[in-house]
Write a protein that binds this ligand. Structure first.
Ligand code: NAD
Length: 494
């Protein structure tokens, strides 16, 4: 791994000043010449720009993907396996640089973000292997005949990604889509396109033209064109529940499948029996929600604490929050960076005001950081609200910022009721010294992932996705290949 300085200048040098569209194996400007600038949210400096895809460009990309599909879908598993492994090798060799680029455009802490890249690209060897062990079924319906159930690729996948973890989201869609034999047209978030473009540059020549196309542009234009294109045979979307519903409707209108990875308001339940042995660990896990400045879909943003330890827990957690170092993405001593863009920072600050007006007790934080170097960017202090009622808007709506709501519960039943009182169901956690109780509670939580006495770890091979309004389908798991395939029955007589 190359040794590089974590600095703004170095990271900026790793990016291109301008990224054209990538369609049919060629770099090209958008047909209407529209260009969008990319900024670093930590200091508001322009760091790059991208070409925007018009409706015509989206159409060109989808058609190129269909031209590539017959050959790509027929190459041998060994060949596809080798390509995915080579992609992984190239990305691994440049993981540090990818992490730096992504940090610059998202405002995330650079050193921590490099770890995220390794986690992201692990999808390539995982799906390279998973596709080789996936077996088609065969049964004997009647004497002298057999029924085979064979998996076939869906065709061309339209993939739409969010801004909070662009490279993870790209890898989580690209690796299984290619492994299942599909071609892809991907649209990264308009706020954070550069990381995906750098990933693309590293792997582009390993894939035949048209197999992987990347188009940039605003969601309301380029995203909408892609979502509505009649040539798309599956939509794979990660983003807000609001847009996810529109993607689901667009898919329903054309009767194509859609995987929807959407928002969350996950609950971490802290039982009194964590004291004393698990207390320090528990405080650390509660503060994990500050990771990515709280801009993570599955982060446990509701901290539900048993009444007998509530006051002590809030006091101790406030200490952790006050000492949690916020800094520029390239400050290696910092643990939390900035918010991803100005309008989103304002939305988080609005929620902090809403919380105060709703009567929650602001224990620490609550303001934008306006002094020093951070004053140039969009930074918010780690913010802790106590005495939160689960019916308050700050406990029900996804804030997507460094704001933790601490809620009191009486007993096991009460904890489960509060945790499940949400339209979302993505992540969740239980901390308890009683493993039987923790497993019982985990089983009762209506959510896609639950951690027990642990922080969130979503390794390749652990299914990720949501119950309720947190989405449809699962990523990062062997059954994800099924979401990218059609099953065909072939019945034959012999
Ligand atoms: P978003 O819904 O605003 O945007 C997501 C993507 O959709 C972007 O590429 C955007 O350009 C595009 N888009 C916007 N409008 C569109 C339209 N009309 N048609 C087609 N595409 C359109 O979400 P965001 O703000 O980028 O990301 C934050 C959200 O993503 C949060 O709600 C978060 O919880 C969610 N998220 C979920 C997961 C998960 O796996 N469940 C992971 C990361 C983020």
């Amino acid at each position: 791994m190359a040794k590089l300085d974590f600095s703004f200048e170095n990271a900026k040098k790793l990016m291109d000043g301008y990224y054209p569209l990538y369609i049919d194996g060629k770099w090209m400007d958008g047909s209407d010449k529209e260009v969008m600038d990319v900024y670093c949210p930590a200091n508001q400096e322009k760091i790059s720009s991208v070409a925007c895809a018009s409706e015509k460009d989206v159409d060109t990309a989808v058609k190129a993907a269909w031209r590539a599909f017959p050959a790509w879908s027929k190459i041998s598993l060994t060949e596809r396996y080798n390509i995915l492994q080579q992609m992984y090798a190239r990305l691994t060799a440049r993981a540090t640089e990818l992490g730096m680029v992504e940090s610059l455009e998202t405002g995330k802490n650079m050193a921590g973000n490099v770890g995220e890249i390794y986690f992201a690209i692990d999808q390539f060897p995982y799906f390279a292997s998973a596709m080789r062990v996936a077996e088609d079924g065969i049964s004997s319906a009647a004497d002298g005949s057999k029924t085979m159930a064979v998996r076939e690729p869906v065709g061309v996948v339209g993939a739409i990604c969010p801004w909070n973890a662009p490279i993870i989201m790209c890898a989580w869609k690209l690796a299984p889509a290619l492994a299942a034999g599909n071609c892809v047209v991907m649209k990264p978030s308009s706020f954070t396109p550069a990381g995906t473009m750098e990933l693309l540059k590293l792997v582009a020549d390993l894939l035949p033209p048209g197999v992987f196309n990347v188009i940039n542009g605003k969601g309301s234009k380029t995203g909408q064109f892609l979502m509505d294109h009649p040539g798309i045979s599956k939509l794979s979307f990660t983003g807000s529940t609001e847009i996810g519903v529109q993607v689901g409707l667009a898919a329903a209108k054309r009767l194509i499948p859609a995987t929807l990875e959407l928002g969350g308001k996950s609950a971490g339940i802290y039982f009194a029996d964590i004291v004393p042995d698990l207390l320090d660990e528990a405080l650390g896990y509660a503060a994990v929600m500050l990771f990515m400045s709280g801009q993570g879909c599955a982060l446990q943003t509701r901290c539900i604490v048993q009444e007998s330890i509530y006051d002590m827990f809030v006091d101790r957690l406030a200490e952790v929050f006050r000492n949690y170092k916020v800094g520029m993405p390239w400050d290696t001593s910092a643990r939390m960076g900035s918010i991803a863009y100005e309008a989103h920072m304002n939305s988080v600050l609005d929620y902090i005001d809403i919380g105060k007006k709703e009567g929650a007790r602001l224990v620490c934080g609550g303001s934008r950081i306006t002094s020093g170097e951070m004053g140039k960017g969009f930074f918010i202090e780690p913010t802790l609200f106590a005495d939160v009622d689960n019916g308050m808007r700050i406990a029900q709506e996804e804030i997507f910022g460094p704001v933790l709501c601490v809620i009191k519960f009486k007993d096991e039943e009460d904890a489960i009721r509060i945790a499940n009182d949400s339209v979302y169901g993505l992540g969740g956690g239980v901390m308890s010294g009683d493993l039987a109780k923790a497993l019982r509670v985990a089983g009762a939580m209506r959510t896609g992932t639950v951690t027990i006495n642990n922080a969130a770890t979503h390794l390749a091979g652990a299914p990720f996705g949501g119950f309720k309004q947190s989405g449809l389908g699962r990523e990062s798991y062997r059954t994800t290949l099924d979401h990218f395939s059609e099953i065909k029955t072939i019945n034959f007589k012999y």
